[in-house]
Design a protein around this ligand. Structure first.
Ligand code: CO8
Length: 258
């Protein structure tokens, strides 16, 4: 499919989606969000793909929702179009793991999109922020919720109330990103990590993702019970038999994704 605001490639079993509106620092206009959803649908449906990487440019992962597109909307426009639930949540419904590889600015909706991914790898020039307050609005794609869960109330509240950006080091210290890597190595490292995930048992990877995500939605006892049931379910897969047999026989497992 031909896209105008993103590019799409595959690297072995990894789908790589690159946000590509350089003149607007990858501002997330509705056409871009629509294309991102289509690319995710295509990778989700492709049995050859086991994990997805979402990235931007060296200067900007995404500098937020498109302010020029948004500026003149009325409450009724926003409400009737269900702005922004409509389309943006596609990342969160993706069953295959999605790794955000963030270089440069990840601001407003850009930070929110990164947080919708399963984890964030940051380049050493990454900057994260929720500057909406400085343009007279508030985060609208999960920023007030996911940021709090990632970095805690104090830092999230300061960022949301002042618009202060944090750099990659502070983001890693706060738990927003899993790791910081040199800018020149970001894409290779993200694809390598995603390829590692793609090399493992597909059903067990999906179960693991589902179990971790349950931690955000359930009380502890219920989450533990859910985890236990999924853990039990892995014993119904051929891949659990293969993985454990391979360990005992001191060889690499050959997962069959069943
Ligand atoms: N929307 C539209 N255009 C943008 C955006 C944006 N968010 N960010 C940058 N651009 C454009 C600029 O207008 C400029 O275009 P032009 O050359 O035509 O004037 C071009 O990108 C380059 O930008 P700058 O010249 O400003 O580049 P600098 O390097 O000087 O500054 C910054 C980079 C600091 C990132 C600066 O561009 C900036 O502050 N951008 C806006 C950041 C921001 O406020 N983001 C939050 C937006 S609100 C939001 O995301 C709400 C999310 C809630 C969900 C929304 C659902 C749709």
């Amino acid at each position: 499919m031909a896209y105008e605001n993103i590019t799409v490639e595959t690297h072995r079993h990894v789908g790589l989606i690159t946000l590509n509106r350089p003149k607007a620092l990858n501002a997330l206009c509705s056409a871009l969000i629509r294309e991102l959803g289509q690319a995710l649908d295509a990778f989700e449906a492709d049995d050859e793909i086991g994990a997805i990487v979402l990235t931007g440019s060296e200067k900007a992962f995404a500098a937020g929702a498109d302010i020029k597109e948004m500026a003149s909307k009325s409450f009724i426009d926003a409400y009737l179009a269900d702005f922004i639930t409509n389309g943006w949540e596609r990342i969160t419904t993706c069953r295959k793991p999605v790794v955000a590889a963030v270089a440069g600015f990840a601001l407003g909706g850009g930070c929110e999109v990164a947080m919708m991914c399963d984890f964030i790898l940051a380049a050493d020039n990454a900057k994260f922020g929720q500057p909406e307050i400085t343009i007279g609005t508030i985060p609208g794609a999960g920023g007030t919720q996911r940021l709090v869960r990632a970095v805690g109330k104090a830092k999230a509240m300061e960022m949301v109330l002042t618009g202060r950006m944090i750099d990659a080091v502070e983001a890693e210290r706060a738990g927003l990103v899993s790791r910081v890597v040199p800018l020149a190595e970001l894409i290779d490292e993200a694809v390598k990590v995603a390829d590692k995930i793609a090399s493992l048992s597909r059903p067990v990877v999906l179960l693991a993702k589902e179990a971790v995500n349950a931690a955000f939605e359930t009380p502890l006892a219920q989450g533990i019970r859910f985890e236990r049931r999924l853990f039990h379910a892995t014993f119904a897969t051929e891949d659990q038999k293969e993985g454990m047999a391979a360990f005992i026989e001191k060889r690499s497992p050959a997962f069959r994704n069943r």
